[in-house]
Design a protein around this ligand. Structure first.
Ligand SMILES: *Cc1c(COP(=O)(O)O)cnc(C)c1O
Length: 443
């Protein structure tokens, strides 16, 4: 079956796109990173149309947000219906059914047998920020551990945990005190396992042997914040048993384990939450990006034994907005009933295709991922593994001009994170375009 996308009618950015880009660049903050001059007019499913009529196949989902794609009828209907009733009353101070229903739903979805409670936020960062407060409040301890390469957002608390790109931190010190960064389980670039025949999980044991032995008393640590798969840091999948080892470490010292699933959650990896693959129960679980299909909503899902701060301790004017709650409930319906079973097989097809490209193109050093969260890392030389950041950069540019939306991650990786509504045709189309771009680049 022939489809009407990707379709480039004017080389992007076309004249209408250029006008918007110029205007936005004139008036908007200079801090926005900006990837490429995509100017969106509308979207449907996994296809985005720009203001000049170009149609793109989207393999970045607005940074892993458009879980149900663009304009999913069930989500649109829920949003329209909720918007027609009331926009706002403030869920921190009053009540409405969708707020109660979403808290109940997320509490039930979070892995593990413990009873849970839920705090609703406007964003991923706000969920991280709340989790920092909750962890300190419930343990009475000050210190926080996070990982090199981590991204936990950009407000001062979240930013203090973030360590994926120095530009994100430059000029903003002083950060939150008592934050300690340790190496992530990044097998491809592991300092501990270099020269070892297999992973020894030294990245976890060194927290005890090095950090706790020499620099930080574990009884001062409130929480370890971890992404089950690092997102912004490069779509990095840690070794099997990694989360379990962190869970055990936390249990030995009464430290809370916070899984930041802002990017990896809501079905992206083929399970509702990525930490389910290791069968662990986090003390606090954070969701946002894919939760509302693009409507701004996030959640802190915590064990009931932990989320017992007193009334007034934390709140949010807009968090859990009724229109966003409706979007989230509809999204969860669609993801659970319709999309989740398809994510793993589609992910396997995408991963296998990326691995075939790896065999063909020496600059692809590693392909990794789970479900529709797949990273492709580029190197100058497979032996030295020297990063080659210019390759994903150029690839993303070329793919854009051919009608495929991609996004880089980490220092020299490409992230593949399409809306979960794609099908086999889309997977093959995306792989074909990436192949064509790489062929041009390596000729
Ligand atoms: C994007 C992201 C955040 C920040 O979310 P915002 O909604 O941009 O505030 C936090 N943690 C992770 C893992 C993320 O990917």
């Amino acid at each position: 079956m022939k489809r009407d996308y990707p379709r480039i009618v004017v080389p992007p950015p076309g004249p209408k796109a250029r006008a918007v880009v110029e205007r936005q660049n004139r008036w908007a903050s200079t801090s926005y990173p900006k990837e490429y001059p995509l100017v969106v007019a509308r979207g449907a499913g996994a296809v985005v149309e720009d203001v000049d009529g170009n149609r793109y196949l989207d393999f970045m989902a607005g940074i892993a947000v458009a879980s149900t794609g663009y304009g999913h009828p069930q989500v649109v209907r829920a949003v329209q219906e909720a918007a027609g009733r009331f926009f706002h009353i403030c869920g921190s101070d009053f009540y409405y059914e969708s707020f109660a229903a979403l808290c109940e739903r997320l509490a039930a979805l979070a892995p593990g047998p413990s009873k849970k409670r839920v705090f609703l936020t406007n964003s991923g960062t706000e969920a991280v920020e709340g989790a920092i407060k909750l962890a300190r409040h419930s343990t009475g301890r000050p210190a926080l551990i996070a990982f090199t390469g981590a991204f936990h957002g950009r407000t001062m608390g979240g930013l203090s945990l973030t360590a994926s790109k120095a530009v994100q931190r430059a000029g903003f010190a002083p950060f939150l005190p008592e934050v300690y960064h340790v190496p992530y389980g990044y097998r491809y670039r592991c300092d501990f396992c270099r020269g070892e025949p297999a992973c020894t999980m030294r990245c976890v044991s060194s927290i005890e042997d090095d950090l706790f032995a020499k620099r930080l008393d574990p009884r001062d640590v409130a929480a370890i914040f971890v992404e089950p798969i690092q997102g912004e840091g490069g779509y990095v999948v840690p070794p099997p048993g990694y989360l379990k080892a962190l869970r055990e470490l936390c249990d030995r010292y009464g430290i809370l384990l916070v899984c930041d699933e802002v990017q990896s959650g809501i079905g992206r990896t083929g399970r509702m939450f990525a930490c389910e693959y290791e069968g662990i129960e986090p003390d606090i679980l954070l969701a946002a990006k894919g939760l509302g299909s693009g409507m701004p909503i996030g959640a802190i899902i915590a064990k009931e034994s932990i989320m017992k701060w007193q009334p007034g301790a934390h709140g949010s004017t807009f968090g859990g907005n009724p229109v966003c709650c409706a979007a989230a409930l509809a999204t969860l319906d669609v993801v659970e009933r319709e999309l989740l079973p398809k994510v793993a097989p589609l992910g396997e097809r995408l991963l296998a295709g990326a691995q075939r490209l790896q065999q063909k193109y020496p600059p692809i050093g590693e392909v990794r991922g789970r479900g529709l969260m797949i990273g492709v890392e580029f190197v100058k030389d497979r032996k030295t593994r020297e990063p080659a950041p210019e390759i994903p950069h150029e690839l993303v540019e070329r793919a854009f001009k051919r009608g495929l939306l991609l996004l880089g991650a980490g220092k020299s990786s490409l992230r593949l994170a399409p809306p979960l509504v794609i099908d086999e045709y889309d997977v093959d189309t995306a792989l074909g375009i990436i192949d064509a771009c790489l062929r041009e680049m390596t000729d």
